[in-house]
Structure formats: C-alpha cells, structure tokens
Design a protein around this ligand. Structure first.
Ligand SMILES: [Ca+2]
Ligand SMILES: [Ca+2]
Length: 257
C-alpha cells in the first residue's frame, strides 16, 4: 500500500501543516485536502501582502508627517531669522543714514572753511554761509533780538530762507532733533500783524511752510519766525514764537551772491 506523506507549509506565515495521508486509501480526500491547503496558504499570503502594503503606506505617511514637521520647524526658524535680519537691516540703514548725513554736513563745513568763502566752522551752501549757534554751544539760547545781534556781530544776519536748498539745509540740521525746539530765523510780522516779512524785505506769501495751526500769534503775541523739523510733514517747518520771551538757538547767514 502506497503511503505518501503530504507535507505542506505556510511556515513563513507562521502556519505549519504536516499530515500523513495514504493517497490510495483516500484519493478524494487527498485532493480535497490539497485544494484546502492551497486556499489557506493563498489567503494567508494575500493577507500578509495586504498587511505589507498597509505597513508600507503607513510608513510613508509617518515619514511624510515627520518631514512636514521638520519642514514646518524650518519655515518657522527661517521666518524668525528673516524678521531678525530685517530688524538689523533697518537699524543699520538708520545708522548709515545718520553717518552719511553727518559726513555731508562735515564735508560742507570743511569745504566752506577751506575754500575761504566762509568763516571757519560755517557751512557753505548755495553761495551762502550759514552759522548754527549750536556749533559753538548746545546750551546757549537767546531771544530773537539777541540772536539777531549775535549774527550781526559775525558780519551776518538771521537766515533768510528763500529757496528750496535753504529748506534742505534747515531740514538737515533740525531733523536731528538735538537743538531743542527750533531756530530763530529772519522772518517777522512785527511791522504788520499777519504780514510776514523776511529781513531782506521780501514778504513771505507761501503758506505751506507753516506747521498746522501756525502762525497763531499765540499767548502774548508771537511775531518772530522759528524753523523746526516736523516729523509729520517735512515741508511744514515754521511756527511763530514770542520774540523777546522765547529762548532758542539761531541760524545766521552771510549771503555771498
Ligand atoms: Ca504775530
Ligand atoms: Ca505760534
């Protein structure tokens, strides 16, 4: 009698079978059993393959999430770095601008002095020499009359701002906000209230240079012009002050033309 050991294995799936069957004794059962093992193993393989696919997909998702988390952290880090860099750039730009302004002023002061056209320490600009009282003292302030006296002693007079370049100078100096509230300039309405006349007898007709609400002839009467830097509007650089009472710095001018 022929006996055949029918061995099959789905061992790699953790399933093992070892059955001894006599093919001659049970031919039909033998084949049925073969088919059954085939189906069991196929099912197990399919399930394993499915698990492998699921595991692989999950790994990819986890990997993707990890990557995105890492990427997100990088983006946040880059944003912080960019913000910091921008703040530094703004700070550097401000410092550089101040350095350039000072260099321009120093160059003007040097050129004014060395070319012999202006007294030492005066600033030359647009064929005129300018003296800013702060260059001698940052603390000495005078009323309008005393300021004018000082200018006259220097062979000059209070500044007459009669063109755009003079405005530029005025902005350059007063924009630093280191000279207090402003400078006396050669502009008054002493002769006729509300009619503003420069010391060269030219009547000022432009209204746009006054700060908002000025001139207002405030308090006990304000008849002398002051130049001051305005953050809100660099064009509006003037107001009127009380000539005898208010103590300010001043700007003298020698007109070379
Ligand atoms: Ca007035
Ligand atoms: Ca005023």
């Amino acid at each position: 009698m022929h006996r055949e050991n029918m061995q099959t294995s789905c061992g790699k799936f953790g399933m093992g079978f070892n059955i001894s069957v006599n093919q001659n004794d049970f031919p039909f059962s033998y084949y049925m059993m073969n088919i059954s093992f085939f189906l069991i193993c196929s099912g197990a393989q399919a399930k394993q393959a499915s698990l492998q696919v699921s595991h692989s997909a999950a790994s990819e998702v986890i990997s993707e999430v990890t990557f995105l988390r890492s990427n997100h952290s990088d983006v946040i880090g880059a944003e912080k770095q960019a913000t910091s860099a921008l703040a530094n750039a703004i700070k550097n730009h401000t410092q550089l601008k101040e350095q350039i302004d000072w260099r321009d002023i120093n160059n003007l002061l040097i050129s004014g002095s060395t070319c012999g056209k202006c007294p030492l320490g005066w600033l030359i600009f647009n064929s005129s020499c300018f003296f800013f009282s702060y260059t001698e003292s940052t603390t000495v302030k005078k009323n309008w009359h005393k300021s004018r006296e000082d200018c006259i002693k220097r062979g000059a007079d209070l500044v007459v701002i009669d063109n755009q370049q003079d405005h530029t100078i005025n902005d350059m100096r007063s924009g630093r906000d280191v000279w207090g509230n402003g400078f006396w300039i050669g502009l008054t309405d002493m002769e006729s209230e509300g009619t503003w006349v420069w010391l060269n007898n030219v009547t000022e007709v432009e209204q746009r240079y006054w700060m908002d609400g000025e001139p207002n002839d405030g308090h006990i009467g304000e008849d002398c012009g002051v130049a001051v830097f305005s953050n809100e509007n660099p064009w509006k650089t003037r107001y009127d002050g009380a000539c005898s009472q208010k103590q300010l710095q001043w700007i003298c001018e020698i007109n070379q033309s």
